[in-house]
Design a protein around this ligand. Structure first.
Ligand SMILES: [Zn+2]
Length: 107
């Protein structure tokens, strides 16, 4: 997997695909180059355990690098996440709008 972080290189913290990533090669959810989304690490701090691979950390305001605890919410899996965004429970939901997760590759 290519990281492409040359522009904003800080040792141990990069911005990539809109997300902020930490270099944590020993983290159970780090990718094959050793990086974990900061949103996951922040959520783990809130719940006091590691996330499972199925769990989804979502940004309430859809700003992918806004990892403040109050901007994050946790879903047990992708199906629950997708269901949330296709109902009025989602604050940004409007009839006829395409939820942010429907777009291919988005979430
Ligand atoms: Zn979402």
């Amino acid at each position: 997997m290519r990281m492409g972080y040359g522009k904003t290189q800080i040792i141990g913290e990069v911005k990539w695909q809109g997300y902020v990533w930490y270099y944590l090669p020993n983290h159970p959810l780090s990718n094959n180059t050793g990086w974990v989304k900061r949103s996951k690490v922040v959520m783990e701090g809130i719940i006091g355990r590691y996330l499972t691979p199925e769990e989804i950390v979502d940004h309430k305001n859809l700003v992918k690098d806004d990892d403040r605890p109050e901007n994050l919410r946790l879903f047990p899996n992708r199906a629950e996440h997708d269901r949330f965004h296709t109902t009025e429970r989602c604050p940004g939901f409007k009839e006829g709008n395409i939820p942010h997760n429907v777009k291919k590759g988005g979430r």
